[in-house]
Design a protein around this ligand. Structure first.
Ligand code: ZN
Length: 253
């Protein structure tokens, strides 16, 4: 890591050490470092068109789910479920910072459940989670293994209805309650750390507007349109940054 970024991480550690009201907001980049590819990336889009005949936005839409449930699940099982993925240094550090009372909430656009696997408890999943699934007819709940082990389309054991992931598909609204909590946490926080997102996916950009605390920190491999608003911008892999934050000096905990 270059000297400039190490200096900035020092600054980040100071900010974390001096606050117990931090909110972390993360995007796809947090999970790509656990080996989960971003389906919205150029590569992800091209792969979907080539192999499944449609871009992810089409396949992962509400109308496609209803009209081509088999096609939806083929793509979904092969591309959205990464059951062997493990939390990386960013997930683990964020879990630790919640345990010691510094991070109050984790807001994520990811659906993989890795923050919970890393020990985070107060996780607001804006786009839902592959871990939760329910019957569209009777509402019975099913876990991820049920989906993985199903033959093509998962069918409810109780009533024979179609089981749908609790994931926000294109054309579907975000959950009001989750959005309300996310805006409240951001509005009341002193420090907002945003990582692994270029801030172009809805509703990320809009949520930043609710922040009125002391320190806005952006950690992303590339520049974002919001860099000018931030107190601290670190262009570095988020796992590397958090490894440095936690690993080299335990005293902030
Ligand atoms: Zn059912």
């Amino acid at each position: 890591m270059n000297k400039d970024n190490l200096e900035k991480i020092k600054e980040l550690k100071d900010i974390i050490a001096n606050s117990d009201n931090i909110v972390f907001f993360g995007g796809a980049g947090v999970s790509t470092e656990s080996g989960i590819p971003d389906f919205r990336s150029e590569n992800g889009i091209n792969k979907a068109i080539e192999k499944y005949g449609n871009p992810p936005e089409t396949i992962l839409s509400h109308s496609y789910f209803l009209t081509n449930t088999t096609g939806f699940y083929k793509y979904y099982k092969e591309n959205m479920i990464h059951n062997s993925a493990k939390p990386n240094d960013a997930h683990l550090a964020i879990g630790e910072l919640e345990k010691c009372g510094k991070i109050k909430a984790v807001i994520t656009q990811n659906i993989d459940g890795l923050h919970q696997k890393a020990g985070s408890e107060n996780v607001l999943e804006l786009h839902g989670s592959i871990m939760r699934n329910s019957c569209m007819n009777c509402g019975d709940s099913y876990d991820l293994d049920f989906i993985i082990n199903s033959n093509e389309v998962p069918i409810c054991n109780s009533c024979g209805g179609i089981v749908k992931p609790d994931v926000v598909l294109y054309q579907e609204p975000l959950d009001n309650n989750t959005m309300r909590k996310a805006t409240e946490y951001i509005a009341n926080s002193d420090v907002l750390i945003i990582g692994g997102t270029s801030l172009v996916v809805y509703p990320a950009a809009g949520l930043i507007d609710y922040f009125s605390g002391d320190n806005l920190i952006l950690i992303n491999k590339s520049e974002t349109a919001y860099d000018g608003y931030a107190n601290l911008v670190i262009n570095e892999a988020i796992g590397e940054v958090f490894k440095e934050v936690i690993g080299s000096n335990e005293t902030i905990l």
